[in-house]
Design a protein around this ligand. Structure first.
Ligand code: DX5
Ligand code: ZN
Length: 216
């Protein structure tokens, strides 16, 4: 069976005790930490900047999966790379020259991903798939944790899986938004490789057990 990667989103963690929550992730089945960066422009919410990423970098070796929900990823990605981001995913909706940003991020040594809002079609980014390490399918409108999974997005995961497999591309499909034990298995069956989950994990009585249930 294919290995599924869990990327807990610390957006729903306790920001007063982030180190504690990251240690919980270290002691779980998860290998990545999903870090949501929001600027109040691309999305109607503001989260954290490179300083917090840098502080977290000092306390863990887990892979930092940085999801830039910002209007100017070309301006800020390097700061996040310097702060310790391993994988930098930006939204294709905000840029005309997407390939240039992909090349710039890759030349730094970081891995690169492109993210699609629910209304963005695969056809808009299909030409980029050979160049990226990951495509992130948003299954909620970006901006907030705790929203419900948009079922219509399952077709997008399936279509993407088909394109990647038929062309022997090596990029991951990551799914983000409304992931719980039920929607996780729907996404895995549709072909997802990486599952982001925030509120389901961090609002559970036992985050570790909740996390584990995503894989069952
Ligand atoms: C939403 C973020 C997600 C969010 C997911 O814009 O990109 O990563 O943390 O949260 P849940 O799992 O609660 O939907
Ligand atoms: Zn995210």
């Amino acid at each position: 069976m294919k290995k599924i990667i869990i990327a807990p989103s610390i957006l729903s963690a306790n920001f007063a005790t982030l180190e504690y929550d990251v240690k919980m992730i270290e002691n779980s089945e998860a290998e990545w930490v999903h870090i949501d960066i929001m600027d109040g422009h691309f999305v109607p919410n503001i989260t954290i900047g490179p300083l917090v990423v840098k502080s977290l970098r000092n306390v863990t070796k887990l892979l930092f999966d940085v999801h830039l929900m910002i209007a100017n990823p070309e301006k800020y990605w390097l700061e996040f790379y310097k702060a310790g981001a391993d994988l930098i995913t930006f939204h294709t909706e905000v840029l005309t020259d997407k390939k240039k940003l992909i090349d710039d991020i890759k030349s730094s040594g970081a891995k690169v991903g492109v993210s699609l809002k629910p209304k963005t079609s695969i056809s808009d980014i299909e030409y980029l798939i050979p160049y990226v390490d990951l495509v992130l399918v948003m299954t909620v409108e970006p901006g907030f944790g705790g929203q419900s999974f948009i079922n219509d997005m399952v077709y997008k995961i399936k279509d993407l899986r088909k394109i990647i497999d038929e062309n022997n591309h090596s990029c991951f499909i990551e799914v983000d938004g409304g992931i719980n034990s039920q929607t996780a298995s729907i996404c895995i069956n549709a072909g997802a490789d990486v599952l982001v989950s925030g509120s389901y994990i961090f609002s559970a009585e036992s985050p570790r057990l909740a996390l584990k249930s995503l894989l069952i």
